[in-house]
Design a protein around this ligand. Sequence first.
Ligand SMILES: [Zn+2]
Length: 274
Amino acid sequence: MRILECNTIDIAPTIARLLKIPMVPPAGRPIQVVESYAKERGCKRAVIIVVDSLGYSLYKHLSTLMINLSGIAEKGILFRCKSAATITSPALASIFTGYPPEMHNIYSTSDIYTERAKDSENPRLKSVMEWAYRAGMKASAVIESEGAESFRGRIKDFYGVPNSEDILDYDLKITSYAVRALKEKPDVLAVHLRALDRFSHRAESWKELRKAAKAVDENLGEIYRSAEKGTIFFICGDHAIHGGEKWLKDAEGEAIKNHRENLVALIVACKQEA
Ligand SMILES: [Zn+2]
């Protein structure tokens, strides 16, 4: 397992490079170590799973608990990845488009429509899933209903789950749609799991936060097992955890620095066994 650095805007262009998706080159750059890693293993499909709030230090802290995720990381590459946004909407847009927030201007779901109204063909608003779909490939997204709706007419297969007070149940629904989507053998699939983020806002103890992390890990395991051999996974946080004062109380210097720099975990791994 190697630890390297990157930026979340590099994820979309890396996937475009690996799967030969024609995409106007965005601000992010293909990650070369991932290119050679994927080439050696013959990866043909890609799955992006955004684990909301999976900061780099948080991942390191929880990795012994998140056994599915750390098992996947051991077979792949772990990155300390800089995120360009500290809240979800712009951070997700950066992961999916390859541009920093000041270039895509998406700070909320409604901004997607506002920005597209100005120029519906603006390449900075197009996700790597949309570029894939336009090239005749199969692209899917499994996210919250309103966000999913913004893919209407942009990709064919999108699954929305309504926001819920019961975020563990919400993530279970996301996971079952993701498993269903994988049966259709998409070239690119994007999934967003939210329990860790919701718990970071509402929970008061590490015990509760660990419960969310464990649930996320089980969902990650289920999605990973459902993918076919040769699928490359990009599992990443969108920003460092919210409520830093609460969670960093007993943190050491490096964890505080990583949090301040908004570093998230990115785990890239190609599934080799069927
Ligand atoms: Zn988030």
